[in-house]
Write a protein that binds this ligand. Structure first.
Ligand code: ATP
Ligand code: MG
Length: 386
């Protein structure tokens, strides 16, 4: 049983959100067995259709689907007090045997059921005390809470629900293009925006032979982790070698980082237009490095013609690391392969460039032609978690 989060509040659009969520769940459950996924009364029911279904895997996958605020495995009973009691004892036997104390909470959304919630809780509690004589009732801090939900279709028994991935269903908010490096930040940024409902396409800039195939492989593995939450991701890889060399050889050294970032944004924007993306996403965090000062970001953003989302802008490294660990990208991100941002780095990058300064410095190269040339190297591949 999966409880809907924010989407339960979306009024008239709710059905659309729910449909997207159900589609995402069905896709993610592939490979775990045959399941029926249906929605009733603000709850999504994921039911195994045969004995082969891998319930642990299904649970693991459902836990990473955005749009679910909490979830629990539940047993189903016929709607009579005796079936509810027996099912509770059978379904939650392991938990109850291990527990010292428990309580029963009952919710009756089927008002035609002849027993009221307090009576259901009391009767079920008494029955469980008989079956598990070691148990004490503790209404304040029980080891186990036995939930009885009497709904239209049946009665459901479960222990406390677990927190789901939260957010809103991927794809219900349009599509964004994430600029993905091999670093810590951009995978977390991608995950954050998928959480807010964006489907993702990714662009990665490589500079062979200065960057290696291993750096590219690292990006693929990072996106695989992100796609456990964000679903399928198309990755477009663009080579910036010639552009980077031209910047290194012809532009003022202290501005080269900002100029490169402006070209990354321009190239990304072109990819975004081709791929139906309405925004760009980067992993920048204010003040983290020279290219992420307010002045540098202002110079970079000056070339943007679509919104650039920087979900990490106000977060500290420690918070980013925490999320990276949670979504399991941390270990991959810290592998030491050269990224195109770390080659040719100036010794003293200017931390407070002005737009006028940058535009003058940039005029030294034939940027348009180099950009076109770079875009011709674009290669696409599809990334799936499983
Ligand atoms: P990250 O941890 O994501 O690498 P960072 O702190 O290293 O970020 P930068 O290297 O300055 O910062 O990059 C800032 C942002 O620019 C990245 O978060 C990413 O969105 C984008 N970016 C950097 N390098 C690349 C690249 N090679 N390909 C695509 N996008 C990139
Ligand atoms: Mg980086």
């Amino acid at each position: 049983m999966l409880k809907l989060g924010e989407i339960a509040l979306k009024g008239l659009n709710r059905k659309t959100f729910e449909d997207v969520l159900i589609k995402n769940l069905k896709r993610r459950l592939q490979g775990a067995g045959v399941f029926s996924v249906t929605s009733r009364q603000s709850t999504i029911y994921v039911e195994p259709m045969d004995q082969e279904a891998d319930m642990d895997l299904a649970e693991e996958r459902c836990a990473k689907v955005f749009g679910v605020v909490s979830y629990t495995r539940a047993g189903e009973a016929e709607k009579s007090l005796s079936s509810i009691q027996e099912k509770a004892a059978e379904y939650l036997r392991d938990e109850l045997e291990e527990a010292g104390s428990f309580k029963v909470e009952a919710k009756r959304s089927d008002k035609k059921f002849p027993h009221q919630s307090p009576e259901i809780a009391r009767e079920t509690g008494a029955y469980l005390m008989e079956r598990f004589p070691h148990l004490q009732v503790d209404v304040h801090h029980p080891d186990v809470t036995v939930w009885v939900e009497v709904r239209e279709a049946a009665a459901f028994l479960h222990a406390d629900a677990r927190p789901g991935a939260g957010g809103i269903p991927v794809g219900s908010g349009g599509r964004g293009l994430v600029l993905i490096s091999g670093g810590l930040d951009s995978p977390v940024a991608a995950w954050s925006m998928a959480k807010r409902g964006l489907a993702l396409t990714a662009v990665h800039f490589a500079s062979p032979p200065y960057t290696s195939e291993l750096a590219h492989d690292k990006v693929v593995r990072l996106l695989q982790k992100v796609s456990e939450y964000a679903g399928r991701i198309k990755l477009v890889t663009v080579e910036l070698t010639r552009l980077q060399e031209a910047i290194r050889d012809q532009c003022p050294e202290e501005l080269s980082t900002v100029i490169l970032r402006r070209y990354m944004l321009r190239a990304a924007q072109r990819v975004a237009q081709d791929e139906g993306c309405l925004c760009l996403i980067t992993g920048e965090s204010l003040g983290q490095v020279a290219s992420q000062t307010l002045q540098a970001i202002a110079c970079t953003d000056a070339v943007a013609q679509m919104p650039v989302f920087r979900p990490l802008i106000g977060t500290d490294k420690a918070e980013i690391v925490k999320t990276a660990r949670k979504i399991d990208t941390f270990d991959t991100s810290i592998e030491p392969y050269e990224d195109c941002c770390t080659i040719f780095t100036p010794k003293h990058p200017r931390t407070k460039p002005s737009l006028e300064m940058v535009e003058r410095g940039e005029a030294a190269i034939d940027g348009e032609a180099l950009l076109e040339e770079a875009l011709k190297t674009a290669v696409a591949q599809h990334i799936k978690a499983y």
